[in-house]
Design a protein around this ligand. Structure first.
Ligand SMILES: Cc1cc2nc3c(=O)[nH]c(=O)nc-3n(C[C@H](O)[C@H](O)[C@H](O)COP(=O)(O)O)c2cc1C
Ligand SMILES: [Fe+2]
Ligand SMILES: [Fe+2]
Length: 393
């Protein structure tokens, strides 16, 4: 337990041994699950922690008051790293009322699978807890539809849950970031994985936070921010700038004997002749970083694979796996490839691309074995038409 301000206590826990978060986010220093207790006439708990640490949370709370004294739990976001321990508090104190957005309360019904006292935290509504006032502010898609911020006016403290947080487990959570370089690395990585696909929501969140001029940002992971609030907001601001370059196309392909490669070059030539900037990537020769950059900054894609054993080849599946079904939604895509007899690769890739929300060109560009000069000319025309449609969007 740490006292952060008058009547405001940190009751969260450290998880320094965590190696990866949510299956895919590396966490080199582990993380923390932050929770806060505010004692007005009513006692309010902001967030809980991961279920594995429920007992530690309860011990921290009991240093201040019995868990039975909690009147209100505010769930700013319901991912189980923050709602996981809620069931244990409800076991001890079934009279507590849970506040959250309508989406959050719905999620909690399906996470807790039991009845509980609930109250919708309406956007911009205020709750007087005796001595302190809480204002609820909707912040959807930061990073779930359920996300809200809660602002305690008297303390100038805003509870943002994941927003402006970081998977960083230092000595203390009270803004003593002794390892600045380590923290900065983790902050950037956290942003990329958690918020990178929601740039517009991030801009909205930043303007909400800045309009409050908070003295204290109580995040749900890593340090509580005081001095560094504007530094972190500035990073989020920079990282959420638009990156897609209109008129930029990336062509990703692999090829065993050069046939699909020749198709890629012809499509690219055509697209360039129509005025697009076109990058061509033989996937196994490109680095992950190059491919990632090309995916994020391109306005449209082309994917090419020969058919081997009735399917496309794994490197192309891997690139499609890195397309974001959120951030890259609706980008035009063209599918091409050489085949020998059955030629399933193109249709299979098209189905996956469609599932990701890409606007897949109806014409699959397939050539049996080696493209003839006539085939190549058709592909140049196709590339040119695809590019012209992109430029006229
Ligand atoms: C191991 C292997 C398996 C193949 N399996 C299929 C197949 O199932 N269906 C098909 O249409 N072509 C199949 N092919 C033929 C290739 O798709 C064809 O040779 C194509 O032109 C190769 O184009 P590339 O030079 O771009 O790799 C196979 C080729 C190899 C080497
Ligand atoms: Fe989350
Ligand atoms: Fe989280």
């Amino acid at each position: 337990m740490i006292k952060l301000a008058n009547d405001l206590y940190y009751v969260g826990v450290k998880d320094p041994d965590l190696k990866t978060f949510d299956v895919i986010v590396p966490t080199e220093t582990g993380t923390t699950y932050n929770a806060y207790l505010l004692r007005g006439e009513k006692t309010v708990l902001f967030e809980t922690v991961h279920d594995d640490f429920a007992d530690e949370l309860l011990e921290n709370i009991r240093e201040i008051c019995p868990a039975e004294d909690i009147d209100i739990i505010v769930c700013d976001h319901t991912e189980p790293d923050h709602s996981g321990a809620l069931h244990k508090i409800l076991d001890i104190n079934p009279d507590v009322t849970v506040y959250g957005s309508a989406a959050a309360l719905k999620n909690l019904s399906n996470i807790l699978n039991r009845d509980f006292n609930k109250c919708v935290a309406k956007n911009n509504s205020e709750l007087d807890i005796g001595g302190y006032t809480l204002k609820f502010i909707w912040a959807p898609n930061l990073h779930w539809p359920d996300s809200i911020f809660t602002f305690c006016k008297e303390l100038g403290a805003v509870f943002t849950c994941d927003f402006l947080g970081c998977h960083y487990c230092g000595e203390t959570v009270d803004e003593d970031i002794s390892d600045t370089a380590g923290y900065d690395t983790e902050l950037a990585r956290y942003y990329k994985y958690i918020f990178g696909v929601f740039p517009a929501a991030v801009k909205n969140g930043l303007s909400l936070i800045r309009s409050l001029s908070p003295a204290l940002v109580c995040t749900s992971h890593g340090p509580v921010l005081r001095r560094d609030i504007e530094k972190v907001c500035g990073c989020y601001d920079k990282w959420s700038e638009p990156v897609v370059q209109s008129g930029k196309i990336s062509v990703f392909y692999v090829s065993c004997y050069g046939y699909t490669a020749a198709m890629a070059q012809a499509l690219a030539e055509g697209a360039r002749s129509a005025g697009c900037e076109v990058g061509v990537y033989e996937i196994t020769a490109a680095s992950d970083a190059e491919i990632d950059e090309a995916l994020r900054t391109s306005a449209a894609y082309m994917f090419g694979s020969p058919t081997l054993n009735r399917d496309a080849l794994p490197p192309v599946w891997s690139v499609l796996g890195s397309v974001s079904a959120v951030a890259d939604r609706n980008k035009p895509a063209l599918i091409f490839g050489s085949y020998g007899w059955s030629g399933e690769a193109c249709a299979n890739l098209a189905a996956r691309a469609q599932g990701l929300g890409l606007k897949v060109d109806e014409e699959l560009c397939r050539v049996c074995f080696k493209p003839s000069e006539e085939d190549l000319e058709k592909l140049r025309s196709k590339g040119s038409a695809f590019a012209a449609a992109l430029l006229s969007q």
